[in-house]
Design a protein around this ligand. Structure first.
Ligand code: ATP
Ligand code: MG
Length: 243
């Protein structure tokens, strides 16, 4: 579904991705872990065309992602992204936020878009918050609106960039629960996260990125329990035993 083939990306002289090779099959959940600055967000942004890359190729369901190509807008609508800081429109209600993409990007019928948006908000447990503005919602609720908004585009895959790391600890669970439900429904997901427990329970495989390279990848249970590389061991130890 998503294939990375020797992907290189630089910002000026600074090479941030140094030859990424990986594959995400349809219906798989892949967690991307790694230290700050290792290139996780950049890799995600390259997948949905928010950033260009210089060498190699990324393809989604057979279509090459090329930020310079006019087709990139189609790609963006096929792959939704959920950000750490929700990025909801502050002057629109939860319902309007969810309706925005299908209405203005996909140009779908308003009545149907509205019904679907209501159903999606219900699905993420926010049926009673349809008319609430983001500022009046908790972080966990805002992130669930953001997930409903991502789903409203009927994406083939969803990319999550640290979806729970801006949340108060007591709100992490409700967001992970929604993500777990999506995984159970076989949504293809690439998730940047520090939630090792979630990665172990929900993901099919894990990519460990360090210094712009995938140092280790493999089945989640194996890689997280028995990492082979020193750097993976080190990183996992630091994440699981923060000082
Ligand atoms: N727009 C940009 N211009 C220049 N350098 C950038 C830009 N975006 C990211 N970088 C650099 O690329 C490297 C990788 O950044 P990236 O945000 O992908 O890391 P990350 O793994 O997501 O880190 P974090 O865990 O802190 O979110 C960093 O050195 C960063 O400074
Ligand atoms: Mg990041």
């Amino acid at each position: 579904m998503i294939i990375f083939d020797d992907v290189h990306k630089s910002f000026g002289l600074h090479e941030v991705l140094k030859g990424i090779n990986a594959e995400i099959a349809k219906g798989q959940v892949v967690c991307l872990i790694g230290p700050s600055g290792s290139g996780k967000s950049t890799l995600l942004r390259c997948v949905n065309g928010l950033e260009n890359y210089q060498r190699g190729r990324i393809s989604i369901d057979g279509t090459v992602v090329d930020a310079a190509s006019p087709q990139v807008h189609t790609i963006c609508t096929r792959v939704s992204m959920v950000f750490q800081r929700f990025n909801l429109f502050p002057h629109r209600t939860a319902l309007e936020n969810v309706m925005e993409g299908p209405l203005y990007v996909l140009k779908e019928n308003r009545k149907q878009v509205r019904e679907r948006a209501m159903a999606l908000l219900n699905r993420v447990g926010l049926a009673d918050k349809t008319n609430a503005y983001p500022a009046s919602l908790s972080g966990g609720q805002q992130q669930r609106v953001a997930i409903a908004r991502a789903l409203a585009m009927r994406p083939q895959a969803i990319l999550f960039d640290e979806p729970t790391s801006a949340l108060d600890p007591e709100m992490v669970g409700e967001v992970l629960q929604v993500m777990r439900a999506l995984a159970d429904e076989n949504m293809t997901m690439l998730v940047v996260t520090h939630e090792i427990q979630f990665a172990r329970e929900v993901s099919d495989s894990v990519l460990f990125l360090d210094g712009g390279r995938i140092v280790e990848q493999g089945p989640a249970k194996e890689l997280l329990r028995h990492p082979k590389h020193e750097r993976t061991k080190d990183f996992l130890h630091r994440v699981m035993h923060p000082v």
